[in-house]
Design a protein around this ligand. Sequence first.
Ligand SMILES: *Cc1c(COP(=O)(O)O)cnc(C)c1O
Length: 405
Amino acid sequence: MTTSADIITKYQKYVIPTYATPNLVLVKGKGSRVWDNDGKVYMDFVGGIACQNVGHCHPKVVQAIQNQAAKLMHVSNLYNNEYHGTLAEKLSTLSGLGGKCFFCNSGAEANEALIKLARLWGSDEGKYEIVSMKNSFHGRTLATLAATGQTKYQDGFEPMPDGFLYAEINDLESVNKVVSGRTAAILVEAIQGEGGVIAATPEFMKGLRALCDEKQILLFCDEVQCGLGRTGHWFGFQASGVLPDAFSLAKSLGSGYPIGAIVTNAKLADVFQPGKHASTFGASPLACTAALATLGVIEEEKLVAHAAEMGKNFAEGLQEFVEAYEHVKEVRQYGLMIGLVLDQSAKPVCQSLRDMGLLAIPTGENVVRFLPPLNIKSGDIDEALDIIDDALADMHGVERASDDE
Ligand SMILES: *Cc1c(COP(=O)(O)O)cnc(C)c1O
């Protein structure tokens, strides 16, 4: 067996260090668990950053991918395949937007497609500006980086592409200030994932919808992280009852097989005409089968409702830590998109959680983020709460009774 040290050494020698060297080598996953190269098991509440809504290696997804891989993987969009239209129909129906879909390979690419769609739609009237929220995250391509309202990601890459303005989330006044006759679209995450698990309030979403209707501006949602059942709704925007004109998806759509999408309403369904946008790999037979199997599992196992219920239980447990521990300040919970807010960096707690066998990641500096699979069982939530309790006790220097109390 190759040792973890060998694997890490090779990584450091040959992989461009866009990430601080990951020193945990994962080799196997099943449901809510992953195993490292040394055989240690972890509860995985990262899930590839919200990519494993149906858990690792769900048998139905594995089977669909295996079967399709042996049949036909890729033909390009110059040819049709059996599943492209069916997957588009499924997302149109689930979202209630009533338009059409375009498929690509990642979240950034999906948002890039939204940005191009807005510009093309507004081109006759000179509308091209995109208003997004401060603290947002929309991807790492140049245009989506420009839409990302956090300068730390943009530093060194200036000048940013033109035509991007920022407003404060949950502050309609600040949106009004930057909207003009040049505004083509407003782009918002129903719940900011990388920004610290911060939700757009229903009032804000309704206000944006009204503003967009009044000024003929498109309303776009980035559902890359909060979509597909994660928040206890199929899509994050459904909590407010507001329908965007279009939205983006990626992360968990293919359970780890790369696929991104945009879903539009009827008004925007035919803005892109042949030659205006494309993706070689988009909607390959393999990607479509992975996505259809994933959506099938979410439906059959009623995971949207289950996420709402499990999220509530998890949050009740976490709330006790807010009462019990001085440095734990708040629980932010939307289904199974959960943030535990500390009054200090979340990194050390995430490290000790990992040492104790639970994977979680920080977001927005001082928030510990939990993204368990939507089919998590209550017993697993209880087990995770015990580990979190231990890590928080350590952090507070609290002496605890023995582990088997
Ligand atoms: C992860 C993420 C993206 C970018 O997706 P990639 O697949 O990494 O390009 C965009 N928007 C949101 C909200 C995300 O969480």
